[in-house]
Design a protein. Structure first.
Length: 176
């Protein structure tokens, strides 16, 4: 019944939708309903909530809570990458994540470097369709943009350019 209730935030700073999802995740964990737990947690991670207005100034304060998933020994790299991929033949319940929030969640993960390397490998993979490679590219850009280490950001930009070498020039666009 709680899952059917739609909670709208009145503004960017209203955390009632996030608290509602946290309550759902808690109840699902207590009743050992892991599908509902994961969906509620992914909603929190992706900040997938309705708000009357949502200024970007409030987004930085909203954590992804990816570390809690890691504490539960959930395969976070597989989960994050799997929710980024798009396909025609997925289950109706397949969760589609935000490249922006997933990129940020990667920076908060204890497996950030390994996930970033997998992203680069997938971006460079000619067997993966261009649409998914583009989604992964944006996730990597968001991951890199949320890093605090500017030297690492520079190295990552070079690694991303190398991964993009196999993508047609028309789709690469110009980067700063």
């Amino acid at each position: 019944m709680k899952r059917n209730r739609r909670v709208w935030g009145s503004c960017s700073m209203d955390d009632s939708p996030r608290r509602h999802a946290l309550d759902i995740a808690t109840l699902a964990a207590e009743s050992v309903n892991w599908d509902i737990f994961l969906r509620a947690h992914l909603d929190i991670l992706n900040d997938r909530f309705n708000r009357a207005s949502d200024g970007s100034y409030a987004q930085a304060g909203r954590q992804t809570y990816v570390m809690e998933l890691e504490e539960l020994e959930i395969a976070v790299p597989d989960l994050l990458l799997g929710t980024l991929l798009r396909a025609e033949n997925t289950n109706a319940g397949h969760y589609v994540a935000s490249a922006n929030r997933t990129g940020r969640a990667i920076t908060e993960s204890k497996e950030a470097e390994a996930i970033a390397q997998r992203l680069l490998a997938m971006i460079a993979d000619p067997e993966l369709d261009l649409y998914n490679r583009a989604v992964l590219y944006y996730a990597y850009l968001n991951y890199n943009g949320h890093l605090e280490d500017e030297a690492l950001q520079g190295r990552n930009e070079k690694a991303l350019e190398e991964a993009m070498a196999g993508i047609p020039k028309e789709l690469r666009g110009k980067r700063r």
